[in-house]
Design a protein around this ligand. Structure first.
Ligand SMILES: NC(=O)C1=CN([C@@H]2O[C@H](COP(=O)(O)OP(=O)(O)OC[C@H]3O[C@@H](n4cnc5c(N)ncnc54)[C@H](OP(=O)(O)O)[C@@H]3O)[C@@H](O)[C@H]2O)C=CC1
Ligand SMILES: O=CCCC(=O)O
Length: 293
Protein backbone atom coordinates (compact mmCIF):
# COMPACT_ATOMS: atom_id res chain seq x y z
CA UNK A 1 0.00 0.00 0.00
CA UNK A 2 1.28 3.48 -0.83
CA UNK A 3 0.50 6.38 1.48
CA UNK A 4 1.43 10.02 1.66
CA UNK A 5 2.39 11.51 5.03
CA UNK A 6 2.23 15.24 5.82
CA UNK A 7 3.88 16.46 9.03
CA UNK A 8 6.98 14.87 10.51
CA UNK A 9 6.98 16.22 14.05
CA UNK A 10 7.36 14.01 17.12
CA UNK A 11 4.33 11.89 16.16
CA UNK A 12 4.42 12.04 12.36
CA UNK A 13 8.05 10.99 12.16
CA UNK A 14 7.45 7.94 14.36
CA UNK A 15 4.26 6.99 12.53
CA UNK A 16 5.73 7.34 9.03
CA UNK A 17 8.82 5.36 10.09
CA UNK A 18 6.55 2.64 11.43
CA UNK A 19 4.66 2.41 8.14
CA UNK A 20 7.96 2.14 6.24
CA UNK A 21 9.17 -0.61 8.58
CA UNK A 22 6.02 -2.56 7.81
CA UNK A 23 6.52 -2.44 4.04
CA UNK A 24 4.31 0.55 3.14
CA UNK A 25 5.60 2.82 0.39
CA UNK A 26 5.53 6.30 1.93
CA UNK A 27 5.86 9.74 0.33
CA UNK A 28 6.55 12.37 2.96
CA UNK A 29 6.28 16.14 3.20
CA UNK A 30 7.10 18.47 6.07
CA UNK A 31 6.92 22.27 6.21
CA UNK A 32 10.59 22.26 7.20
CA UNK A 33 11.58 20.04 4.29
CA UNK A 34 14.99 19.11 5.71
CA UNK A 35 13.20 16.95 8.32
CA UNK A 36 12.21 14.56 5.50
CA UNK A 37 15.79 13.31 5.18
CA UNK A 38 15.59 10.99 8.19
CA UNK A 39 12.62 9.27 6.57
CA UNK A 40 14.37 9.13 3.18
CA UNK A 41 17.12 7.18 4.93
CA UNK A 42 14.42 4.65 5.88
CA UNK A 43 13.13 4.40 2.30
CA UNK A 44 10.63 7.25 1.96
CA UNK A 45 10.19 9.41 -1.12
CA UNK A 46 9.80 13.19 -0.69
CA UNK A 47 6.97 15.27 -2.13
CA UNK A 48 7.88 18.94 -2.49
CA UNK A 49 4.41 20.15 -1.46
CA UNK A 50 1.23 18.68 0.09
CA UNK A 51 -0.34 18.83 -3.39
CA UNK A 52 2.57 16.83 -4.86
CA UNK A 53 2.10 14.14 -2.21
CA UNK A 54 -1.64 13.88 -2.87
CA UNK A 55 -1.02 13.77 -6.64
CA UNK A 56 1.22 10.76 -6.13
CA UNK A 57 -0.70 8.81 -3.47
CA UNK A 58 -4.21 7.41 -3.32
CA UNK A 59 -4.26 7.89 0.46
CA UNK A 60 -2.64 10.75 2.36
CA UNK A 61 -2.31 11.01 6.17
CA UNK A 62 -1.64 14.28 8.00
CA UNK A 63 -0.25 14.75 11.54
CA UNK A 64 -0.01 18.49 12.15
CA UNK A 65 0.26 20.69 15.20
CA UNK A 66 -3.11 22.44 15.47
CA UNK A 67 -6.21 23.70 13.63
CA UNK A 68 -4.35 26.50 11.88
CA UNK A 69 -1.69 24.09 10.52
CA UNK A 70 -4.34 21.55 9.50
CA UNK A 71 -6.28 24.20 7.57
CA UNK A 72 -3.19 25.73 5.99
CA UNK A 73 -1.95 22.42 4.58
CA UNK A 74 -5.33 21.82 2.94
CA UNK A 75 -6.42 25.27 1.76
CA UNK A 76 -3.21 27.20 1.05
CA UNK A 77 -1.35 27.31 -2.27
CA UNK A 78 0.11 23.91 -3.18
CA UNK A 79 -2.19 22.41 -0.58
CA UNK A 80 -4.11 19.14 -0.46
CA UNK A 81 -7.21 20.58 -2.17
CA UNK A 82 -5.31 21.22 -5.39
CA UNK A 83 -4.94 17.50 -6.06
CA UNK A 84 -7.60 15.71 -4.02
CA UNK A 85 -10.42 14.22 -6.08
CA UNK A 86 -12.26 11.07 -7.10
CA UNK A 87 -10.72 7.90 -5.74
CA UNK A 88 -8.43 9.70 -3.29
CA UNK A 89 -8.65 9.72 0.49
CA UNK A 90 -7.37 12.25 3.04
CA UNK A 91 -6.95 11.20 6.67
CA UNK A 92 -6.20 13.90 9.24
CA UNK A 93 -4.82 12.40 12.46
CA UNK A 94 -3.97 15.76 14.08
CA UNK A 95 -5.80 16.82 17.25
CA UNK A 96 -8.17 19.57 16.14
CA UNK A 97 -11.70 20.70 16.95
CA UNK A 98 -14.79 19.40 15.15
CA UNK A 99 -15.30 22.70 13.29
CA UNK A 100 -11.85 22.47 11.69
CA UNK A 101 -12.41 18.86 10.78
CA UNK A 102 -15.83 19.62 9.26
CA UNK A 103 -14.39 22.44 7.18
CA UNK A 104 -11.74 20.15 5.75
CA UNK A 105 -14.23 17.34 5.24
CA UNK A 106 -16.64 19.54 3.28
CA UNK A 107 -13.90 20.90 1.04
CA UNK A 108 -12.42 17.47 0.32
CA UNK A 109 -15.85 15.99 -0.43
CA UNK A 110 -16.73 18.91 -2.70
CA UNK A 111 -13.68 17.97 -4.79
CA UNK A 112 -14.86 14.35 -4.97
CA UNK A 113 -12.41 12.98 -2.39
CA UNK A 114 -13.09 11.08 0.82
CA UNK A 115 -12.19 12.33 4.30
CA UNK A 116 -11.60 10.72 7.66
CA UNK A 117 -10.59 12.39 10.91
CA UNK A 118 -8.52 10.00 12.99
CA UNK A 119 -6.85 11.61 16.01
CA UNK A 120 -4.92 9.31 18.29
CA UNK A 121 -4.49 8.58 21.95
CA UNK A 122 -0.94 7.66 22.90
CA UNK A 123 2.30 9.56 22.66
CA UNK A 124 5.79 9.28 21.16
CA UNK A 125 6.62 5.77 22.43
CA UNK A 126 3.26 4.21 21.47
CA UNK A 127 3.68 5.89 18.06
CA UNK A 128 7.11 4.29 17.69
CA UNK A 129 5.76 0.91 18.82
CA UNK A 130 2.52 0.95 16.79
CA UNK A 131 0.45 1.05 19.99
CA UNK A 132 -1.73 4.11 19.39
CA UNK A 133 -5.49 4.16 19.89
CA UNK A 134 -7.16 5.54 16.77
CA UNK A 135 -10.38 7.57 17.09
CA UNK A 136 -11.74 7.72 13.55
CA UNK A 137 -14.90 9.27 12.16
CA UNK A 138 -16.20 10.31 8.76
CA UNK A 139 -16.14 8.24 5.58
CA UNK A 140 -16.63 4.59 6.54
CA UNK A 141 -15.36 3.21 3.21
CA UNK A 142 -12.14 5.18 3.66
CA UNK A 143 -11.89 3.86 7.21
CA UNK A 144 -12.15 0.30 5.86
CA UNK A 145 -9.44 1.05 3.28
CA UNK A 146 -7.18 2.44 6.01
CA UNK A 147 -7.45 -0.54 8.36
CA UNK A 148 -4.15 -2.10 7.17
CA UNK A 149 -2.35 1.17 7.99
CA UNK A 150 -4.24 1.64 11.27
CA UNK A 151 -3.33 -1.92 12.26
CA UNK A 152 0.34 -0.96 11.93
CA UNK A 153 0.00 2.40 13.69
CA UNK A 154 -2.26 1.35 16.53
CA UNK A 155 -3.30 -1.38 18.93
CA UNK A 156 -6.99 -0.52 18.53
CA UNK A 157 -9.09 1.58 16.14
CA UNK A 158 -12.57 2.92 16.83
CA UNK A 159 -14.94 4.07 14.08
CA UNK A 160 -17.11 6.65 15.84
CA UNK A 161 -19.55 7.66 13.10
CA UNK A 162 -19.99 11.16 11.79
CA UNK A 163 -17.30 13.81 11.45
CA UNK A 164 -16.64 15.56 14.74
CA UNK A 165 -17.08 12.48 16.93
CA UNK A 166 -13.40 11.51 16.61
CA UNK A 167 -12.23 15.08 17.25
CA UNK A 168 -14.53 15.48 20.24
CA UNK A 169 -13.61 12.10 21.75
CA UNK A 170 -9.93 13.03 21.52
CA UNK A 171 -10.55 16.41 23.19
CA UNK A 172 -12.48 14.80 26.05
CA UNK A 173 -9.67 12.28 26.61
CA UNK A 174 -6.99 14.99 26.60
CA UNK A 175 -9.05 17.25 28.86
CA UNK A 176 -9.07 14.45 31.44
CA UNK A 177 -5.36 13.82 30.92
CA UNK A 178 -4.43 17.49 31.37
CA UNK A 179 -6.47 17.72 34.57
CA UNK A 180 -4.85 14.53 35.88
CA UNK A 181 -1.40 15.96 35.19
CA UNK A 182 -2.32 19.02 37.26
CA UNK A 183 -3.64 16.84 40.08
CA UNK A 184 -0.45 14.77 40.08
CA UNK A 185 1.66 17.95 40.12
CA UNK A 186 -0.30 19.38 43.05
CA UNK A 187 0.01 16.07 44.90
CA UNK A 188 3.78 15.92 44.41
CA UNK A 189 4.12 19.51 45.51
CA UNK A 190 1.89 18.98 48.56
CA UNK A 191 3.83 15.86 49.54
CA UNK A 192 7.11 17.70 49.21
CA UNK A 193 5.94 20.73 51.16
CA UNK A 194 4.51 18.52 53.89
CA UNK A 195 7.85 16.82 54.50
CA UNK A 196 6.92 13.63 52.66
CA UNK A 197 9.11 11.91 50.10
CA UNK A 198 7.47 12.48 46.66
CA UNK A 199 8.97 9.23 45.36
CA UNK A 200 7.19 7.38 48.17
CA UNK A 201 3.97 9.10 47.09
CA UNK A 202 4.50 7.72 43.55
CA UNK A 203 5.08 4.24 45.00
CA UNK A 204 1.87 4.48 47.04
CA UNK A 205 -0.15 5.76 44.07
CA UNK A 206 1.12 2.94 41.89
CA UNK A 207 -0.26 0.32 44.26
CA UNK A 208 -3.73 1.77 44.65
CA UNK A 209 -6.97 2.43 42.81
CA UNK A 210 -5.63 5.44 40.89
CA UNK A 211 -2.51 3.72 39.54
CA UNK A 212 -2.15 4.55 35.85
CA UNK A 213 0.51 4.44 33.10
CA UNK A 214 0.80 8.23 32.94
CA UNK A 215 1.65 8.70 36.64
CA UNK A 216 4.07 5.77 36.37
CA UNK A 217 5.82 7.23 33.31
CA UNK A 218 5.80 10.93 34.12
CA UNK A 219 6.10 10.89 37.92
CA UNK A 220 9.78 9.84 38.07
CA UNK A 221 10.83 12.22 35.27
CA UNK A 222 9.04 15.12 36.99
CA UNK A 223 11.00 14.40 40.17
CA UNK A 224 14.22 14.55 38.12
CA UNK A 225 13.13 17.86 36.54
CA UNK A 226 13.41 16.15 33.14
CA UNK A 227 10.92 17.41 30.58
CA UNK A 228 12.19 16.10 27.25
CA UNK A 229 9.08 16.55 25.09
CA UNK A 230 7.01 13.50 24.19
CA UNK A 231 3.81 15.55 24.21
CA UNK A 232 4.66 19.26 24.02
CA UNK A 233 2.95 21.40 26.64
CA UNK A 234 1.80 23.91 24.00
CA UNK A 235 -0.26 21.13 22.36
CA UNK A 236 -1.78 20.07 25.68
CA UNK A 237 -2.82 23.67 26.30
CA UNK A 238 -4.32 23.82 22.78
CA UNK A 239 -6.33 20.68 23.61
CA UNK A 240 -7.55 22.13 26.94
CA UNK A 241 -8.59 25.30 25.11
CA UNK A 242 -10.49 23.34 22.45
CA UNK A 243 -12.10 21.05 25.06
CA UNK A 244 -13.22 24.06 27.11
CA UNK A 245 -14.72 25.56 23.99
CA UNK A 246 -16.61 22.28 23.43
CA UNK A 247 -17.81 22.60 27.03
CA UNK A 248 -18.97 26.17 26.31
CA UNK A 249 -20.91 25.01 23.25
CA UNK A 250 -22.66 22.32 25.27
CA UNK A 251 -23.08 24.32 28.51
CA UNK A 252 -21.00 21.78 30.43
CA UNK A 253 -19.33 23.24 33.53
CA UNK A 254 -15.67 22.20 33.70
CA UNK A 255 -14.05 24.08 36.59
CA UNK A 256 -11.30 21.50 37.03
CA UNK A 257 -10.32 21.66 33.36
CA UNK A 258 -10.52 25.47 33.40
CA UNK A 259 -8.12 25.68 36.35
CA UNK A 260 -5.77 23.20 34.66
CA UNK A 261 -5.85 25.27 31.50
CA UNK A 262 -4.74 28.31 33.50
CA UNK A 263 -1.72 26.39 34.76
CA UNK A 264 -0.81 25.31 31.20
CA UNK A 265 -1.24 28.90 29.99
CA UNK A 266 1.02 30.13 32.77
CA UNK A 267 3.60 27.50 31.80
CA UNK A 268 3.48 28.71 28.20
CA UNK A 269 3.92 32.30 29.31
CA UNK A 270 7.06 31.21 31.18
CA UNK A 271 8.50 29.74 27.97
CA UNK A 272 7.81 26.08 28.83
CA UNK A 273 5.58 25.39 25.79
CA UNK A 274 8.08 23.24 23.92
CA UNK A 275 8.83 21.06 26.94
CA UNK A 276 6.79 18.00 27.83
CA UNK A 277 3.34 18.79 29.25
CA UNK A 278 4.49 17.43 32.61
CA UNK A 279 6.53 20.65 32.94
CA UNK A 280 3.32 22.19 34.29
CA UNK A 281 4.71 20.88 37.58
CA UNK A 282 7.21 23.77 37.49
CA UNK A 283 4.30 26.25 37.62
CA UNK A 284 2.54 24.45 40.45
CA UNK A 285 5.76 23.96 42.40
CA UNK A 286 6.59 27.66 41.92
CA UNK A 287 3.12 28.74 43.06
CA UNK A 288 3.42 26.75 46.27
CA UNK A 289 7.05 27.66 47.02
CA UNK A 290 8.13 23.99 47.02
CA UNK A 291 11.11 22.74 49.00
CA UNK A 292 12.27 20.70 46.03
CA UNK A 293 15.33 21.78 44.02
N1 LIG B 1 3.17 14.33 20.89
C1 LIG B 1 2.17 13.59 21.35
O1 LIG B 1 2.31 12.87 22.36
C2 LIG B 1 0.84 13.59 20.69
C3 LIG B 1 0.43 14.58 19.84
N2 LIG B 1 -0.81 14.53 19.27
C4 LIG B 1 -1.25 15.56 18.34
O2 LIG B 1 -0.62 15.27 17.10
C5 LIG B 1 -0.31 16.48 16.42
C6 LIG B 1 1.19 16.53 16.16
O3 LIG B 1 1.85 16.48 17.41
P1 LIG B 1 3.45 16.42 17.53
O4 LIG B 1 4.00 15.55 16.47
O5 LIG B 1 3.71 16.13 18.94
O6 LIG B 1 3.80 17.94 17.24
P2 LIG B 1 5.16 18.61 16.76
O7 LIG B 1 5.12 19.99 17.29
O8 LIG B 1 6.33 17.75 17.08
O9 LIG B 1 5.00 18.63 15.17
C7 LIG B 1 4.10 19.49 14.55
C8 LIG B 1 4.10 19.29 13.05
O10 LIG B 1 3.20 20.24 12.46
C9 LIG B 1 3.93 20.98 11.47
N3 LIG B 1 3.38 22.33 11.34
C10 LIG B 1 3.19 23.23 12.34
N4 LIG B 1 2.63 24.36 11.84
C11 LIG B 1 2.48 24.16 10.51
C12 LIG B 1 1.94 24.94 9.45
N5 LIG B 1 1.45 26.17 9.66
N6 LIG B 1 1.95 24.42 8.21
C13 LIG B 1 2.42 23.17 7.99
N7 LIG B 1 2.95 22.37 8.95
C14 LIG B 1 2.95 22.86 10.20
C15 LIG B 1 5.35 20.98 11.93
O11 LIG B 1 6.22 21.30 10.86
P3 LIG B 1 7.71 21.88 11.14
O12 LIG B 1 8.57 20.69 11.38
O13 LIG B 1 8.06 22.61 9.90
O14 LIG B 1 7.61 22.78 12.35
C16 LIG B 1 5.48 19.53 12.40
O15 LIG B 1 5.59 18.65 11.31
C17 LIG B 1 -0.84 17.61 17.30
O16 LIG B 1 -2.14 17.93 16.89
C18 LIG B 1 -0.86 16.98 18.70
O17 LIG B 1 -1.81 17.60 19.54
C19 LIG B 1 -1.66 13.49 19.47
C20 LIG B 1 -1.30 12.45 20.30
C21 LIG B 1 -0.04 12.47 21.00
O1 LIG C 1 -2.44 14.04 22.61
C1 LIG C 1 -1.54 13.50 23.27
C2 LIG C 1 -1.83 12.35 24.08
C3 LIG C 1 -0.64 11.82 24.81
C4 LIG C 1 -0.99 10.49 25.41
O2 LIG C 1 -2.07 9.93 25.15
O3 LIG C 1 -0.12 9.97 26.14
Amino acid sequence: MEVGFLGLGIMGKAMAANLLRHGFRVTVWNRTLSKCQELVALGATVGETPAAVVARCRYTIAMLSDPSAALSVVFDKDGVLEQIGDGKGYVDMSTVDAATSSKISEAVKQKGGAFLEAPVSGSKKPAEDGQLVILAAGDQALYDDMVPAFDVLGKKSFFLGEIGNGANMKLVVNMIMGSMMNALSEGLSLADNSGLNPQTLLDVLDLGAIANPMFKLKGPSILKGSYNPAFPLKHQQKDMRLALSLGDENAVAMPVAAASNEAFKKARSLGLGDLDFSAVYEVIKGASGSNQA
